[in-house]
Design a protein around this ligand. Structure first.
Ligand code: SF4
Ligand code: SF4
Length: 421
């Protein structure tokens, strides 16, 4: 594969940007800002497997205990205010709900809203009767308060929104097309078949992420919520935008799950920007609101196996024991964006392709059904000009065969027609 000068400059600029950030200083300063009680974090979990929280607990630089217990040098003990996180906070029941009500009432301003999980469409947003029960937290007047309703209320007051994980960013695995349609039809549940016409995913819960998902063909919350989401859309679309005035940052840390270090560091960036200590501009993020300092380059560009790719040495079958490139057995690295094969998943260790698994494209809107089967090559990605040439020759040969066959048929037809004449 040839790298153009432009691509080379882009890679060099991205590496320099990542290397230039003093993350220790950034994270400590952010923790101090939060520790002073200036910013609260509300971590809201919608439909989710809690994988992003599990990954957050694996963060090492700093780790979550250092943050929560204030063991960072610059912060006193117990000062960081993760105001709400249902998986790790000690409060439960009414005292947990009170935190959400206080946040909605403005008593926890300013706060950053972190959303984990995909968001089921509720009755208010046009879901069928009973859909408020698909994802809800607490009840009011005997009726469930849906996750979407909480997110709406919290978005209004939040200073910024951070979508963590593929689900919250683009809808995730839950928004895959339904394969077992016959099973649902048997029990009379067919409403979801109409969801694509309404701009929602074809999942029984019609769930969506914040961003439009062009790969799967449905709208995200930022589009569906109209006026309510205007300050975040203004940021995303790069329109006339002044932070904290007419514009609120919307940032995405994708992945299935999102990497814990990436989540903490991106959160640190957002808090510092709100505090006026660090710039936060639209051009620091790509078109899917992913911080470029992590996600500018493809998994492939970051891959230690890229030398084998360039040399045309590919694994013949999954697990064949070679160090060769995994493109031949279905790697989606060329179309996905993550740095974990270079940086390591935890403390510099791990990363899918490094460990011998193909990249499944978990940082992209198409994940997972657009990239399945995971161990088959994408038909539209070619590993080399030779590969492309073979595909073209194959197509040309097929076209020629079809051409010859249809010519022969036409000839036979004309002959038959002639004999009848
Ligand atoms: S293993 Fe995947 S990401 Fe790595 S070089 Fe091969 S195709 Fe690219
Ligand atoms: S290598 Fe691919 S599957 Fe693994 S984390 Fe990165 S994008 Fe996801």
């Amino acid at each position: 594969m040839r790298i153009s000068r432009r691509d080379f400059m882009k890679i060099a600029a991205a590496s320099a940007a990542l290397a230039a950030i003093d993350w220790d200083r950034v994270v400590r300063a952010a923790a101090q800002a939060v520790g002073k009680g200036k910013y609260n974090i509300i971590w809201f979990e919608a439909q989710s497997c809690t994988g992003d929280t599990s990954a957050l607990l694996l963060a090492t630089d700093p780790d979550i205990l250092q943050v929560l217990a204030g063991h960072l040098h610059a912060v006193g003990p117990g000062t960081v205010n993760l105001a709400f996180h249902d998986a790790v906070m000690p409060e439960w029941g009414k005292s947990a709900m009170d935190i959400l009500y206080r946040a909605v009432a403005g008593e926890l301003d300013p706060f950053v809203l972190v959303v984990e999980g995909t968001i089921a469409v509720d009755e208010k947003a046009g879901g069928p009767p009973g859909s408020n029960y698909w994802c809800y937290v607490g009840k009011e007047h005997g009726e469930p308060v849906s996750c979407l309703e909480w997110i709406r209320r919290l978005m209004k007051r939040a200073a910024a929104v951070v979508a963590v994980g593929n689900c919250s960013s683009y809808g995730g695995i839950y928004s895959n097309r339904v394969i077992e349609q016959e099973f649902f039809k048997k029990y009379g549940f067919t409403a979801f078949l109409e969801y694509p016409k309404l701009g929602r995913s074809m999942s029984p819960t019609g769930c969506v992420g914040f961003l439009d998902n062009k790969a799967k063909g449905f709208k995200g919350l930022l589009s569906l919520l109209g006026e309510e989401a205007e300050p975040y859309r203004r940021f995303l679309e790069g329109r006339d935008c002044k932070l904290l005035q007419n514009c609120k940052p919307f940032v995405s840390v994708p992945g299935c799950p999102a990497n814990g270090d990436a989540t903490l560091k991106t959160l640190a960036h957002v808090v510092l920007a709100l505090e006026g200590l660090m710039p936060l501009t639209r051009d620091q993020f790509d078109e899917l609101a992913r911080p470029k300092y992590f996600f500018l380059e493809t998994t492939h560009n970051n891959c230690p196996r890229a030398g084998h790719y360039a040399a045309g040495r590919w694994r013949k079958y999954p697990g064949d024991g070679s160090q060769y490139c995994l493109w031949g057995v279905g790697c989606k690295g060329p179309v996905s964006h993550c740095p974990w094969n270079r940086l390591g998943w935890v403390s510099g260790v791990g990363g899918c392709v490094r460990q011998g698994s193909v990249c499944m494209g978990c940082h992209e809107p198409g994940f997972s059904d657009s990239f399945e089967p995971f161990y088959e090559k994408l038909p539209y990605v070619f590993a080399s000009t030779k590969d492309l040439f073979n595909a073209l020759v194959g197509a040309a040969a097929a076209a020629a065969v079809i051409g010859v066959a249809s010519g022969a048929l036409a000839y036979l037809k004309s002959k038959r027609g002639g004999s009848h004449a």
